[in-house]
Design a protein around this ligand. Structure first.
Ligand code: KMH
Ligand code: ZN
Length: 278
């Protein structure tokens, strides 16, 4: 089991947009490049060190368009210091070949989900050959993967991946528990404890995020175990029952406040780069 040694610093990752919420349902969701950049700047000022990015097209629909991805990485690098992580998960409708091409946009980091998960009424497809190809591509291209764990079996798959293909190019292994997706593991302290107990020894850092109503229970459980946090409108659209999130920075600010209670201070983007081996 990976020791959860207390650290006085915490990496807060913001996932501001996601691929599942429509602009029509949530007009405050940052879907244009200008909105994304403004959100990123505000979240960096509030304490975020990394941004997990999904982009949208001119109609606010999820896209993996290469030009838009490259422009987004460039704009975020020019206007913030944040570690830029592009989603390779995309939306549940994105073809695997388009998801592999995300690395062409040369992000600092990419998400890399460790297996297929029922995702509400849809299926988030991550067959083993795809996972293995994407991982080897991240090694070749020197992109730091963040291993996304939606279920306990995926912790074991990460073990298999590292045993088969070795460490990421950075030598660091950072993973993120994404909990409470209908079809994945529940967003509970018990599930998090079980997942952490299964982490390979090679893991050097881990974070957690809880979807919807599990956001706060997962954040509090993760903080109690010395973990890092991911927050953002990809994962939750309310601050409390009936109170919508108006700005992603509100969720970052809340994470900073919770971390302060645990006597942890937010990591700067440059410290985040050290943590991730960038
Ligand atoms: N949109 C979900 C189906 C990732 O970004 O890598 C997948 C997802 C995971 O959000
Ligand atoms: Zn995502």
């Amino acid at each position: 089991m990976v020791p959860t040694k207390p650290s006085d610093q915490i990496l807060i990752t913001v996932a501001p947009t996601g691929a599942e919420t429509t602009k029509a349902d949530c007009p405050q969701l940052p879907t244009t490049l200008d909105e994304l950049v403004a959100t990123a700047q505000e979240c960096e000022a509030a304490g975020a060190g990394m941004i997990h990015v999904h982009i949208r097209d001119g109609e606010h629909r999820p896209t993996l368009d290469q030009t838009r991805l490259r422009d987004t990485v460039q704009a975020l690098h020019e206007s913030t210091g944040l570690v830029v992580q592009l989603s390779t998960g995309g939306s549940v409708h994105d073809p695997l070949e388009d998801r592999l091409k995300v690395l062409d946009a040369q992000p600092d980091s990419c998400s890399l989900t460790m297996g297929t998960t029922n995702f509400g009424d849809d299926v988030f497809s991550n067959p083993w050959p795809f996972v293995a190809e994407l991982y080897q591509l991240s090694q070749e291209r020197k992109v730091v993967p963040e291993f996304e764990l939606f279920d306990l079996g995926q912790v074991h798959a990460m073990r298999r991946l590292i045993d088969t293909y070795g460490l990421p190019y950075s030598g660091k292994v950072h993973c993120d528990f994404v909990m409470g997706v209908p079809g994945g593991m529940p967003g509970t302290a018990a599930a998090l404890v079980a997942g952490v107990a299964m982490l390979p020894d090679e893991v050097t850092s881990w974070s957690a995020t809880g979807i919807g109503r599990s956001t706060l229970p997962v954040a509090l459980a993760a903080l109690s175990m010395g973990a890092h946090l991911r927050v953002g409108m990809e994962d939750t659209l309310t601050l409390s029952r009936g109170v919508p999130v108006e700005r992603n920075a509100q969720l970052v600010e809340r994470a900073v406040d919770l971390a302060a209670l645990a006597q942890r201070t937010p990591m700067s983007p440059s410290d985040a780069r050290v943590l991730l081996g960038l």
